[in-house]
Design a protein around this ligand. Structure first.
Ligand code: ATP
Ligand code: MG
Length: 344
């Protein structure tokens, strides 16, 4: 995390589609809340590197190297050959090793379950998504699931630090050790090892640590999601469970996320560019605003984060000013004004 006090400069990547609108809404709320952040806007439109591959402009890299912390709107995925997803590029450039997604029910969003409050912490750099695949002989391919001690330990450490800082009650490490003794076995052993390093602090905070298998989590999470709190998982399992959790609370539209790296972090909404409503002042800025709250915690401004979160909860609970995706008819700008009015 960062240090508290003083003004902090943040790299802002407004993104495409509804990105600029929801970024503007976030900036207005932060300004009204007198949050001491200064945003440095950069354009992430891809450029060609010297190998003819698309990459992010140097301006983005320079800014991130200076500020270490970014806030990012959704990016258009360019179609065509020789393209690498910009999200993947950013992840690799800044070594963003942990993907964090809090999924909590919000008032006014009808879902099957109430009271879901789960945070998935997903290893973001290796596992099944290492991208190491090859053909052995015609008709036979092999894909490598890479698990390293280093990456497993650091994501585990982040999970325990997160649980402590956010005052959570339980951390569940997930893997299929019986089926994948070496790979998932190593991952789970590393989480266990890290839990021992944090044991005193976890005990003092009343945080329980447990293991589970992926299949058990899948079964339980749709029967009784309340039994989970913080989940720490290898890449593929984490990808699946984090989307499952987003579904439990009503979809991707309200879900914030953080990508935590060795050198810094990038926070972003999980939804896409929503081209169908872009430029019409109809977008819901809540996911990006909640991502900003995660950012505020990360840079050591938890009170500011809670203040903004409270205004979101108040506004949604009152219910008279809601955007279209939540069944209301407020414009993005009207909802933003309501948030500002509800700042304590
Ligand atoms: P992309 O190609 O960028 O992934 P997409 O259309 O595949 O875009 P989303 O952008 O996630 O996926 O949009 C899915 C649906 O959810 C669309 O109807 C969109 O309007 C809606 N949506 C997504 N984000 C928001 C938001 N912040 N506010 C309101 N509606 C949203
Ligand atoms: Mg999409």
């Amino acid at each position: 995390g960062g240090k508290g006090g003083g003004t902090r400069v943040i790299t802002l990547m407004p993104g495409d589609g509804i990105g600029p609108e929801i970024s503007m809404a976030v900036l207005q709320v932060l300004e009204a809340a007198k949050v001491p952040l200064i945003f440095e806007p950069v354009d992430v439109t891809p450029v060609m590197d010297k190998h003819g591959r698309q990459t992010v402009p140097k301006e983005v890299i320079d800014s991130m190297n200076r500020t270490k912390v970014g806030l990012k709107g959704p990016l258009m995925t360019p179609v065509g050959t020789g393209f690498r997803s910009l999200n993947l590029t950013l992840r690799q450039l800044f070594n963003l090793y942990a993907n964090v997604r809090p999924c909590r029910n919000l008032p006014g969003v009808e879902t099957v379950y109430g009271d879901v409050d789960i945070v998935t912490i997903r290893e973001n750099t290796e596992g099944e998504y290492s991208g190491i695949e090859h053909t052995l002989v015609n008709g036979v391919v092999q894909s490598i699931k890479l698990i390293t001690r280093n990456a497993s330990l650091r994501v585990a450490e982040y999970a325990f630090q997160f649980a402590l800082e956010m005052k959570r009650k339980k951390v569940t490490a997930v893997g299929e050790e019986n089926a994948m003794r070496m790979s998932d076995g190593l991952f789970l052993r590393c989480v266990k090892e890290m839990s021992e390093k944090y044991k005193k602090k976890l005990d003092a905070a009343g945080i329980v640590f447990e293991f589970s298998t992926m299949t058990t989590v899948c079964l339980n999470i749709v029967q009784d999601p309340k039994r989970y709190d913080v989940l720490v998982l290898p890449n593929l399992y984490g990808d699946i469970i984090s989307d499952t959790c987003a579904g439990l609370i009503g979809g991707l539209g309200l879900t914030p996320s953080g990508n935590i790296g060795t050198e810094g972090a990038i926070f972003e909404s999980v939804h896409g560019t929503a081209p169908d409503i872009a430029g019409k002042d109809l977008a819901n800025p809540t996911a990006l605003l909640l991502s900003t709250c995660m950012l505020l915690h990360y840079v050591g401004m938890p009170d500011q984060a809670e203040k903004i979160k409270e205004s979101i909860l108040t506004t949604l609970t009152e219910g008279s000013v809601r955007t279209k995706d939540l069944g209301g008819n407020a414009k993005c700008s009207e909802y933003t004004q309501a948030l500002i009015k509800n700042l304590k």
